[in-house]
Design a protein around this ligand. Structure first.
Ligand SMILES: [Zn+2]
Ligand SMILES: [Zn+2]
Length: 191
């Protein structure tokens, strides 16, 4: 059953931080190491962090007058397809972000917009939205298996890496010339 109050945080959720043992006095600090399962839908069309795989988090929580300043570093596995040759890519994603999570009813809470500064719920911090943003922003829009991947031959779709250097589909290749003659002489097929 789904929680009918989507804003209510579950203190046992892997990406919810409980700050109860962090004194609310500026300068207090705590370090947390945690391995959490990657949330669903973390990725782009060609590349993603597979849901449920390990995301290693190194977190530093510091008390400041208005809330908790979190410095996060995350490492996750990436899988995807090369945008040029469609071969599988297995890589690693490293991201870091810093965010202030304001105490409820602090001046910051009352004078800033929800999207400018994070919010705490009691002693709890929900890291998921900021972790998700940081990871998705760090993903390559055009993932490549390697920087100079030559991709596929546009004529036959074979990997250039597997083709001889002189591979071509010039019309003077008699086999292709014959095929083209055949194509041109046949009437278009009705579907
Ligand atoms: Zn490639
Ligand atoms: Zn070809």
């Amino acid at each position: 059953m789904r929680d009918s109050q989507p804003t209510h945080l579950d203190p046992r959720a892997p990406l919810v931080l409980d700050t109860r043992d962090l004194p609310r006095s500026p300068g207090a600090m705590r370090e947390v190491e945690r391995v959490v399962p990657a949330p669903e839908d973390l990725g782009l069309v060609l590349i993603r962090v597979p849901a449920g795989t390990d995301v290693s988090l190194s977190l530093r929580l510091e008390s400041v007058s208005e809330g908790v300043w979190v410095s996060a570093q995350a490492t996750a596995a990436l899988t995807g397809e090369c945008g040029r040759c469609l071969r599988e890519i297995n890589d690693e994603l490293d991201v870091s972000f810093q965010e202030l999570y304001a105490y409820e009813h602090s001046t910051t809470d009352e004078t800033t917009d929800e999207d400018e500064v994070g919010r705490m719920q009691g002693d709890l911090i929900d890291l998921e939205p900021d972790l998700r943003d940081a990871m998705v922003l760090a993903l390559p829009n055009h993932p490549l298996c390697r920087e100079d991947c030559p991709g596929l031959c546009p004529e036959c779709g074979a990997l250039w890496d597997d083709l001889p250097a002189d591979h071509s589909h010039q019309q003077d290749d008699p086999r292709w010339a014959a095929l083209n003659r055949l194509k041109n002489s046949e009437p278009a097929q009705e579907l």
